[in-house]
Design a protein around this ligand. Structure first.
Ligand SMILES: [Ca+2]
Ligand SMILES: [Ca+2]
Length: 409
């Protein structure tokens, strides 16, 4: 039996010029005139998870069966969802009285297991239809007080993130940029630098820096755009120049000192439709176009996202989302050398067949030239398209099964 697929026309995805122009090539190192900008920062609210600031350091946890020792709140009028987690040095016990139009949250941070005392917090519905509660104090990783925000994504899922950022503005070469620092690992210090790995499941090993490089009043970090939010680097590129970054531990200030461009090597992915966001101790880089080869400062990089992008004749942008894993999760760039990390087309579509009793489960997987894998869903102008159709034919070409849509599982 053969399988033939009428997938979207995704194969042969390349041969398209850059969709986003990369910042014009590397400038010659500028004369090292000592030029230090001191930036004062003040505490500001991080907002809710509809903003990149909150999302960047958010962790998630799910409801548990009600522990038998927990005393339920007397004022609750409906059954609660219970959550238990440890944030920093605080053991949190939560009782969520979920209501789509505005939930109540009972909180115990004392470890007593008693939710019967105290008034619940009321939620505000966010722009992404989750429910954010007012910030609460917890003991951070080093025992100091820090503010976090809890946000219910539904009756069984809770998000938490630092509730405050340190924010300010910096003027460099006549341009003003908004800038922020986030104590993402909740230890009270804002100068925990990037050390080669990205956070997993909200457990950040470092803090974050954001800078609104394109002055659109947003800190952009989604793939396919500018990379403005990054693990706190030792230096970063702003407006074509490199600056050495020094962060005060308490987050009340930072300094940017113009420096010579660090030694440069190259990354070659061999696909002009590739679009990557990568991070290093020299900042964040959005890589696209340029035949899939880019100059980068030497160092150890972590990959934030891999996408393949193509415009069709109508001008619509199609996108495949690559999995950041294995050798596609990190790479090294050496001064004067080219690192080869081939990915992208030609693409191969493989169907995994799993038999369970009389049922056949068919899974579609898309692989690139480096054996990197992509999600089966294609996105058109950012909107996920219908699952691919499958047609199964026998040896004689007769259709056995037709137009069975995959569902995303
Ligand atoms: Ca920190
Ligand atoms: Ca921006």
């Amino acid at each position: 039996m053969k399988y033939s697929l009428s997938l979207l026309a995704l194969v042969g995805l390349c041969g398209v010029s850059a969709l986003y122009s990369q910042e014009a090539g590397q400038k010659e190192a500028t004369a090292a005139a000592a030029q230090v900008s001191h930036v004062a920062l003040k505490a500001a609210d991080v907002g809710d998870s509809s903003s990149a600031l909150a999302k960047v350091a958010a962790g998630q946890f799910t409801a548990v069966v009600k522990p038998s020792s927990v005393q339920a709140p007397r004022s609750a009028t409906m059954p609660l969802s219970y959550f238990q987690t440890r944030i920093g040095q605080t053991d949190l016990l939560l009782g969520l009285e979920y209501n789509a139009t505005g939930s109540k949250l009972y909180i115990d941070t004392s470890g007593s297991g008693d939710l019967s005392q105290g008034r619940p917090l009321g939620a505000v519905i966010t722009a992404v239809s989750s429910q954010a509660f007012p910030a609460i104090p917890v003991k951070g990783a080093n025992g100091e007080k820090t503010l976090i925000r809890l946000e219910a994504l539904g009756p069984k899922t809770m998000l938490f993130y630092p509730a405050t950022v340190m924010a300010g503005t910096v003027k460099l070469d006549g341009k003003t940029y908004s800038i922020f620092l986030l104590d993402a690992n909740l230890n009270g210090a804002y100068n925990d630098l990037y050390a080669g790995v990205l956070p997993k499941a909200g457990q950040s090993p470092h803090d974050f820096l954001g800078i609104d490089l394109n002055n659109n009043r947003r800190f952009d970090r989604d793939a396919g755009g500018v990379a403005e939010v990054m693990p706190v680097p030792k230096s970063l590129r702003i407006g074509g120049n490199y600056y050495k970054l020094t962060v005060a531990a308490d987050g009340t200030s930072l300094e940017l000192e113009k420096m010579e461009q660090p030694p440069v090597g190259s990354l070659d992915v061999g696909a002009s439709c590739a679009d990557l966001v990568v991070y290093s101790e020299n900042g964040a880089y959005h890589l696209s176009g340029a035949s899939g080869k880019w100059d980068l400062p030497a160092g150890k990089f972590a990959v934030g996202s891999i996408q393949l992008l193509r415009k069709d004749r109508s001008g619509a942008t199609w996108m495949l989302d690559g999995k950041v894993e294995g050798k596609f999760g990190s790479f090294d760039v050496t001064s004067g050398q080219t690192t080869s990390l081939k990915l992208g087309p030609p693409l191969e579509i493989k169907v995994d067949v799993k038999k369970s009793g009389s049922d056949l489960a068919l899974g579609v997987n898309i692989y690139g030239q480096g054996d990197e894998s992509y999600g089966a869903a294609a996105y058109k102008n950012g909107v996920r398209q219908s699952p691919p159709k499958i047609k199964i034919v026998d040896e004689a070409g007769n259709v056995v099964l037709n137009s069975t849509s995959f569902s995303f599982g």
